[in-house]
Design a protein around this ligand. Structure first.
Ligand SMILES: [Zn+2]
Ligand SMILES: [Zn+2]
Length: 387
């Protein structure tokens, strides 16, 4: 495969080196042979020489690390804090400061043997690989990880979206040879509407039913905070009420400077008095005991899956809000095209459709079957919904 990103001293001219070490015929000949061998080797550089799927996840042999490993490894580079990507129990963990903080909040102080915070745009040399973290626009602290060896670049994008989100740094396009993409919403039917439009639906309902509590199911890390930030952007100034399970990470977002306005806890308040209020809770809590005693609650759910009406009905959702932290079909296609990658690896989700689309565009593409991705809460497709 052609490498398009020049690395230092790639393909040196035999003549130049010959002059450096002396002009003897024998030396020249020997050197030419070495360089010819090197060129053959470089010419044969394959993506799998840089990153390869393994039992533990995506492995970088030249760099001696794994990306988002699903089992314990010596050195893990983590794209973001969602639990299918960020697990406790690795030796060393390299991630953005926010991802490390979120892992600490979820797993406790001793979630890894050691940690190293990496800034967006900072390049690290890890043995034979150059590694850079770039914003993924998915949740606070989320990163794509670019890995370069010998001028060949593979980008593992983790989860991403290419639409604005007031709670995280925007997605950055990174040109590459191989792009590893998610496909959570990798079917043409998934086209996410404008988030502001969905939030306006919620606010209209609150205005229309001022005596009813509005329970908004939203995953606790990322979605919940984005819903609140979007409400603020739409001019909603009332306190937003939080289920206890969402409190810690929401407070962390506020500490990191995300403007979430006034927040209150449901715990300790009289639920009967929350008519006309917006309450953010984990989706799983909406059908359980906790949801009782709110005045005539309206059940809303913020998820990309709300595009599928049957899912909303199954869950008893009367106010579906199509709001996703993953790229939709157009977002995936646009991003893949814009990276200029000639080869695409597809993870967790609708792999077949996206692989087919890539091939129809003349790209090499393959599904990456990594067990353990996309099965957690944030992928918005809980197992019971698959039945
Ligand atoms: Zn995620
Ligand atoms: Zn994921």
């Amino acid at each position: 495969m052609r490498a398009r990103y020049p690395a230092a001293a790639r393909e040196p001219a035999a003549e130049d080196l010959g002059q450096l070490v002396g002009n003897g015929d024998v030396q020249q000949k020997a050197l030419s042979m070495v360089i010819a061998g090197l060129r053959i080797y470089l010419g044969r550089m394959r993506p799998e020489d840089i990153l390869v799927p393994s039992r533990e996840g995506i492995c970088c042999k030249p760099g001696g690390f794994h990306i988002d490993p699903t089992r314990s490894v010596a050195k893990a580079l983590i794209t973001h804090g969602h639990s299918d990507h960020a697990r406790a129990g690795h030796g060393a963990v390299l991630a953005t400061q926010e991802t490390l903080d979120i892992m600490r909040l979820r797993y406790g102080e001793n979630f890894a043997g050691s940690t190293q915070a990496v800034r967006y745009g900072e390049t690290l040399v890890l043995d034979g690989a150059r590694v850079t973290f770039h914003p993924a626009g998915h949740v606070l602290g989320s990163a794509q990880i670019s890995v370069e060896c010998k001028g060949f670049r593979v980008v593992a994008s983790g989860d991403y979206k290419n639409v604005p989100d007031p709670t995280c740094t925007p997605f950055e396009l990174v040109p590459c040879d191989v792009f590893i993409t998610e496909a959570t919403f990798g079917l043409p039917v998934f086209r996410h509407p404008d988030p502001a439009h969905e939030i306006a639906k919620l606010l209209r309902s609150v205005a229309l039913f001022p005596d009813r509590a509005h329970l908004v199911g939203a995953y606790g890390f990322g979605k919940a905070q984005r819903v609140i930030a979007l409400l603020r952007a739409a001019g909603y100034g009332e306190p937003v009420y939080l289920h206890g399970a969402i409190e810690t990470i929401t407070r962390y977002y506020a500490e990191r400077g995300i403007d979430l306005g006034p927040l209150e806890l449901v715990r300790g308040t009289d639920k009967a008095k929350l008519g006309g209020k917006i309450i953010i809770c984990p989706p799983g809590s909406m059908g359980d005991l906790w949801s009782r005693r709110f005045p005539d609650p309206v059940a809303a759910f913020a998820s990309g899956w709300m595009r599928v009406r049957a899912r909303a009905r199954q869950r008893g959702v009367t106010l579906p809000l199509v709001l996703s932290d993953h790229a939709d079909w157009d977002g995936l296609a646009q991003t893949i095209t814009a990276t200029g990658a000639e080869e695409v690896w597809v993870t967790h989700g609708q792999e077949d459709a996206l692989v087919h689309w890539c091939k129809s565009r003349g790209l090499r593409a393959r599904p990456l079957d990594i067990v353990g991705y996309g099965v957690e809460e944030e992928h918005e497709a809980p197992a019971e919904d698959e039945a």
